[in-house]
Design a protein around this ligand. Structure first.
Ligand code: GUN
Length: 292
């Protein structure tokens, strides 16, 4: 049993936000105030918390920030019109529509409506293509960008490493795999998912294991190679009567049993979560710089 390096997303995110603060001052001096619009449709409690954190961080940095909360009954066309208006608003450099939207919304169509130059989530097909092409003018999705930053700042070498990403979402799994395999990182990458045969055996190959499935504590000790680096992207709410809120947050990794095996691991909360918001601020600054 050893003590792993705890990858402290809170402090790394604070350092990224300090850089953002300095860059915001430079842009303000040029007469540009970075502006981010966050759109939330419906009242999913977790989404409300995330959207609140995003707009609060904008305010702390001195961004112009717009929080647009729409009722769950909002129609597809009404939402598309909100996006079109934000595309046309010169005070807004970044647009984010919180996922997941209510079931009647065609999320793909909404993402395609966002001006790719303002798509700070990096979900528009044009930005997905730029990620594949390793074109730095595109926007990299915030959560995988945050994971990569955490690895980099913590001195974890990805070059030649065997990486396994569990989860194939467009928000985390696929872009994470692309970043790890890129010419900057040079990892050998496997994308595993719910239909993978013998998931534990695949995970045991990993020098770097990224769990992004949304299943509380799915990754157990016998899924992890001793000495591996484990990045836990999950933020799951599990009922807990001892908490005032009635729930506690847990990751996709059974932290207590996995941590002693690892060389490094992210905690939940306080690991990947804060990094996502910090990278969103960085992306918004990139948009403000590029749009002018
Ligand atoms: N829901 C969970 N993560 C994200 C994210 O990074 N962006 C958006 N828009 N919705 C999310």
């Amino acid at each position: 049993m050893n003590s792993p390096q705890i990858l402290d997303g809170k402090s790394v995110a604070a350092a990224v936000l300090d850089e953002c603060r300095a860059e915001t001052a430079e842009l303000l001096a040029k007469g540009i105030q970075p502006g981010l619009a966050v759109v939330l449709v419906g009242s999913d409690p977790a989404s409300q918390v995330y959207v609140g954190s995003k707009t609060r961080t904008c305010a702390e940095l001195g961004f112009h920030s717009l929080k647009i909360e729409l009722p769950a009954e909002t129609t597809q066309e009404e939402l598309l019109q909100v996006v079109r208006d934000l595309n046309a608003d010169p005070a807004i450099h970044g647009i984010l529509v919180q996922s997941p939207p209510p079931k009647h919304i065609d999320e793909e169509a909404v993402i395609r409506e966002i001006d790719p130059r303002k798509d700070v989530d990096g979900f528009h097909p044009e930005n997905v293509a730029k990620l594949v092409l390793e074109d730095p003018s595109g926007f990299v999705p915030c959560t995988p960008a945050g994971c990569m930053k955490l690895l980099e700042v913590s001195g974890i070498n990805t070059h030649g490493a065997e990486a396994v990403v569990i989860g194939r979402s467009m928000i985390v799994g696929k872009p994470m795999a692309l970043l790890l395999v890129s010419k900057i990182s040079n990892a050998t990458v496997t994308i595993a998912h719910s239909r993978s045969k013998d998931l534990p055996a695949i995970c045991r190959r990993a020098d770097i294991l990224v769990a992004a499935v949304g299943r509380p504590e799915m990754v157990r000790a016998d899924w992890v190679k001793p000495g591996a680096v484990v990045i836990d992207v999950g933020i799951n709410r599990v009922p807990d009567a001892s908490k005032k809120s009635g729930f506690r947050l847990t990751g996709d990794v059974a932290y207590q049993e996995v941590a002693p095996l690892c060389s490094a691991i992210t905690p939940v909360p306080g690991g990947v979560g804060p990094m996502t918001i910090a990278m969103l601020m960085k992306n918004t600054l990139q948009a403000a710089r590029q749009l002018g």
